[in-house]
Design a protein around this ligand. Structure first.
Ligand SMILES: Nc1ncnc2c1ncn2[C@@H]1O[C@H](COP(=O)(O)OP(=O)(O)OP(=O)(O)O)[C@@H](O)[C@H]1O
Length: 270
């Protein structure tokens, strides 16, 4: 679990994060959504320690990350996997060398064990016959898979993903979203995803944090979004008539779903 408590961050006299508190839950795909410039990336950078908060705390499983010096942060940093935009693969390395890299740098495994782990991760993201290829020789979707394999190779407890679908077609985006979601559940990872993609929101958003002008405006699941009365959130998510129609259809589907109704009756939903 990652807990954010009263995070504030300014650049000069411009306040970017205004008292943001939220919990990122394990085994869930925690999404940060919001308009361009609302502070999503700054929030994520504050969480991983790439930016210093002005005030407030970031706790990793109860440990105050913000109060630690670089040396003390090291064990937590080693539990963090990251997948940033464009996959950020090393172009001069093959797929398998890219995935081996964190193992070579940070693990004490033997060469044989490292190769085994690398292959396990490649298999998990279902990349076949790509070991010896260079990033320039594979598609955008395949690069994302390599990025995911590399991000999970050290068995992270926390996974940060920035815009997983940038540059991907809708179908490949869905596959990548599902992969991230499945891996999150399988390894009980606390995954934090910064996204603009409404498909991701509706399909993978177990826990969504909506940022508006530096504040946490709304928080809930993709089911809650359908019933939300928050005007700013609704204007953001369901801006087009098309999405409004989808919202109404989804509402109807949910009302018709016996399991969903039983869950509501039992107080199982937030
Ligand atoms: N290093 C920096 N120095 C000064 N201002 C910054 C810095 N980084 C971000 N900002 C400002 O903080 C605000 C929030 O930026 P941020 O990148 O978090 O937005 P975002 O919600 O991630 O947007 P997008 O969806 O376009 O990526 C913007 O006004 C941006 O100009």
């Amino acid at each position: 679990m990652i807990e954010l408590k009263n995070i504030r961050k300014s650049f000069g006299d411009k306040e970017i994060l205004k008292d943001v508190s939220a919990n990122m839950e394990p085994g869930k795909t925690n999404l940060i959504i919001g308009a361009s410039g609302s502070g999503k990336t700054v929030l994520m950078k504050c969480m991983v320690g790439l930016m210093k908060v002005d005030s407030g705390t970031v706790l990793y499983n109860g440990q105050d990350f913000t109060a630690m010096d670089d040396h003390e942060k090291k064990p937590i940093r080693q539990e963090i996997g990251m997948l940033f935009q464009g996959s950020a693969l090393f172009d001069s390395m093959t797929v398998e060398q890219n995935i081996m890299f964190p193992l070579d740098m940070f693990s004490s495994m033997s060469y044989r064990e490292r190769r085994k782990r690398m292959q396990e991760c490649l298999d998990r993201v279902e990349l076949k016959d790509a070991n010896k290829k260079f990033p320039a020789e594979i598609s955008g979707g395949m690069k994302k898979r390599v990025g995911i394999a590399r991000a999970i190779v050290l068995n992270p407890k926390y996974l940060f993903v920035d815009e997983p679908n940038s540059g991907l077609d809708p179908q490949t985006s869905l596959i990548i979203d599902k992969l991230i979601k499945d891996i999150t559940v399988e390894y009980n990872i606390t995954t934090v995803v910064n996204t603009h993609d409404m498909n991701t929101v509706m399909e993978s958003g177990d826990h969504i944090i909506y940022m508006h002008q530096g504040k946490k405006q709304w928080e809930g699941s993709n089911e809650d979004i359908i019933f939300s009365e928050d005007k700013l959130l609704n204007d953001f998510i369901f801006a087009s008539e098309f999405f409004q129609d989808i919202k109404e259809m989804r509402k109807l589907e949910m009302f018709r779903d016996k399991n969903w109704r039983a869950k509501q009756a039992g107080g199982g939903n937030k």
